[in-house]
Design a protein. Structure first.
Length: 549
């Protein structure tokens, strides 16, 4: 089969794109370097800490030493498997706030305001828990559910937020993001509902999509037009032709790398590596953004946490129950309560996010606090720090140079200090008092600005939400890489559809907006009129100008 469209990357956006193109009767080839997602390490939600630490599923990327974090080298997990990062992530489902997308439009992504993207969020999802069809979808491929919140700590955390004066929201993905409430997940019938399960498998079953495994090395461009992709497999290099267009959906790290290897990027940087410049786009690899977070950990005064299962017998019991019944603790990612708050008066929509977890443990599962405990992952949502992705070599097999430049803006430190203090106030509320024994970290002795800063420098972790490295904007913008129809500026027949195109990081986890980008890009590729805008008004705190809560 000769494909009309060649997609590089079977991740969140790439799978959605393949599905919609196949649905329209198009012939599609998807190139993916990773392999199968079969097996409990990926499919069991409770095993989420494993796949991102397994070389078979993860690219194993790392940053350069981060100068503002004491030279720490940070892990940058990206999915190397069908489903991409949707197969190794925490399965948390957050669309982002309506203002995020309006900000995109204001930054030059015309047609990507909230009214424009809401129809695509609705089209992609089947919400089993949302606030109704005005905001939520009912018949899309992506199933969205909520955990049972059987552990008393989940509702105690939500109630503590209310007692601290914050709103309670019944659907942060619907009318009102701001507040505390139940968290949503891409889990269906006890199984991780990744982009591979939701989109790619049905697309492959149509017979119009083929999946090729190998390393995409560069886009082949002839006379200013992309005509295919060179892919390494079987010990050689093969040209995978595209009759109509090539779409890069290889992640915000690998997409800019591929663009630069193909001659699209900052001319001086490409020249350093002996790469012929076909389109001088200085924005390729720039504008790199992420979310940082810390784990505010507390020792529990009651044995109600998941620590009782943090042993060989307990893990075997949980795993066996899931294997045979698809139920129990293994059927949840354990992120079942959350919060979105504003850090100060004068901020019109939330800029701090909470994930609550009923165990005190590192995200990668490698270290657990001694005894029963719980934690909230907390971090600011709109850091002003910006980094970059650059080539280390013209060899496609060599990882790129990743510099997030974390905490390089002074506002980041002030915002994080504020987040620590606001979190302590929430955990001091009556609803949490029966469960809080003591603060494990940062620890009660970490109180002054300097002490908090020192803790942050040593303990902030990435939330693994990189984006922005091929940002969308108007063609007149010299730093834009793609136009609002996702076309790479300066090259015909080439588009980008993944989190690279985000002008600014969204309020929350990135899987949902990445899938949305694939959905919307499909309509642009098919030459369709975009879905009609939906003018459903989101909730904004009526006193945001004068009140923090």
């Amino acid at each position: 089969m000769t494909a009309e469209f060649v997609i590089v990357g079977a991740g969140s956006a790439g799978c959605a794109l393949a599905f919609r193109l196949a649905e329209a009767g198009r012939r599609v080839t998807v190139i993916e370097h990773g392999g199968t997602d079969a097996g409990p390490f990926i499919q069991m939600p409770g095993a989420l800490s494993y796949p991102m630490n397994m070389g078979i599923y993860d690219w194993g990327l790392k940053t350069e030493p981060e100068p503002h974090l004491g030279g720490r080298v940070m892990a940058t997990p990206r999915g190397k498997v069908i489903g991409g990062s949707s197969s190794i992530n925490g399965m948390v489902y957050v669309r982002g706030h309506a203002r995020d997308f309006d900000a995109w439009a204001e930054m030059g992504a015309d047609g990507w305001g909230y009214a424009d993207v809401l129809p695509y969020f609705r089209r992609m999802e089947t919400s089993h828990c949302g606030s109704g069809p005005e905001f939520r979808g009912t018949d899309g491929p992506l199933h969205i559910t909520r955990g049972p919140r059987a552990n008393p700590l989940f509702d105690a955390f939500i109630e503590a937020g209310r007692q601290a004066g914050y709103p309670v929201t019944t659907d942060y993905n619907g009318h009102q993001q701001e507040g505390f409430g139940p968290m949503e997940a891409t889990i269906w019938k006890g199984r991780r509902w990744s982009a591979a399960n939701a989109y790619l498998r049905p697309a492959l079953a149509s017979g119009r999509v083929r999946l090729l495994r190998g390393l995409a090395e560069r886009v082949v461009i002839r006379e200013g037009r992309a005509v295919g992709v060179e892919m390494a497999r079987g010990g050689g290099v093969e040209l995978i032709p595209a009759e109509r267009e090539v779409i890069l959906a290889a992640s915000s790290i690998n997409t800019p790398k591929l663009l630069m290897l193909s001659g699209i990027g900052p001319a001086s940087h490409l020249g350093e590596h002996g790469i012929e410049v076909l389109a001088d786009r200085p924005g390729v690899g720039a504008n790199l953004q992420d979310h940082l977070e810390i784990y505010m950990q507390y020792a529990a005064s009651q044995p109600v946490t998941l620590y009782r299962y943090w042993n060989l017998f307990g893990k075997a019991l949980v795993g066996a129950q899931w294997l045979f019944t698809r139920t129990g603790l293994g059927a949840s990612n354990q992120f079942e309560a959350c919060g979105f708050i504003r850090s100060a008066a004068g901020i019109d929509y939330p800029d701090i996010q909470y994930h609550f977890l009923p165990i005190a443990v590192r995200y990668d599962g490698k270290a657990v606090a001694e005894g029963h405990g719980f934690q909230a992952h907390v971090g600011p949502m709109r850091s002003k720090s910006r980094g970059s992705v650059r080539l280390r070599s013209a060899d496609p097999a060599v990882p790129p140079v990743i510099r997030f430049n974390y905490m390089s803006h002074p506002d980041d430190w002030a915002e994080f200090r504020n987040a620590v203090r606001l979190t302590r106030e929430i955990f001091a509320q009556p609803a949490m008092r029966p469960f809080v024994k003591a603060e494990i970290q940062p620890g009660a002795g970490v109180a002054s600005d300097d002490q908090i800063d020192a803790f942050l420098r040593d303990h902030v972790e990435s939330a693994y939400h990189p984006c922005g490295t091929a940002r969308m904007g108007r063609r007149s913008d010299p730093m834009a890489v793609v136009d609002p129809e996702t076309r790479v500026i300066g090259v015909e027949g080439l588009r980008v559809a993944d989190s690279s195109i985000f002008p600014q990081v969204t309020n929350g986890n990135l899987n949902a907006p990445s899938i949305m980008a694939g959905e919307k890009a499909a309509d642009h590729l098919l030459g369709r009129t975009p879905l009609a805008p939906l003018n459903a008004a989101p909730w904004i705190h009526p006193d945001w100008r004068t009140a923090q809560r």
